[in-house]
Ligand binder design. Sequence first.
Ligand code: SF4
Length: 197
Amino acid sequence: MTLLNIAEICPHTRTLGPGNRFVIWVQGCSFNCPGCISPEWIPQTQATLIDPEKLGNLILSQPNLDGITVSGGEPMLQAIALTKLFQHLRNHRDISIICYTGFTLDEIRTKADIIPLLELIDVIIDGQYIASLNDNQGWRGSSNQNIHFLTPRHLPQSALFTTKKRDVELHIRNDSALMVGVPPHGFREDFKQAVKL
Ligand code: SF4
């Protein structure tokens, strides 16, 4: 069985794509972008292993969900398990799927084992994060990252991906707080300081 190695989940957010979305952050990335928003999820170590269908059932059980967003970490490193998850979701509901990746779409299209995953994604946001190109707007970290609409589903909201004013949600856990969204300039430092207090 191919399991997903996930760092975190958030069952509901409105900060990572249109509508009400379930977010999955996978553990492990092959890049090391300076200024990465989630450096603790770069190491390719075992975090939480989960059967894709089991995670799919959890997602499908959430009320009023419009879609899922997958980030990380690097989702393409877990393409086979994500393909199983996305197929399971789509077998039950026509749900929106947005995925971030540090690879470019052209690079991904050369990898035969990732092509089935691409065929299930509505929007892919590609390219590594470059801090000097962070223009402080939209649902992508820096302006070099491209928004590829692989299906027409989110074309009516296309401008939001690059121009939306950034916002974040803080999800309070038992002994920690999870920041969800693409943060405005300086927010991450302020947030870390506030969590320490
Ligand atoms: S590709 Fe994304 S997760 Fe990986 S190091 Fe770069 S910003 Fe971080």
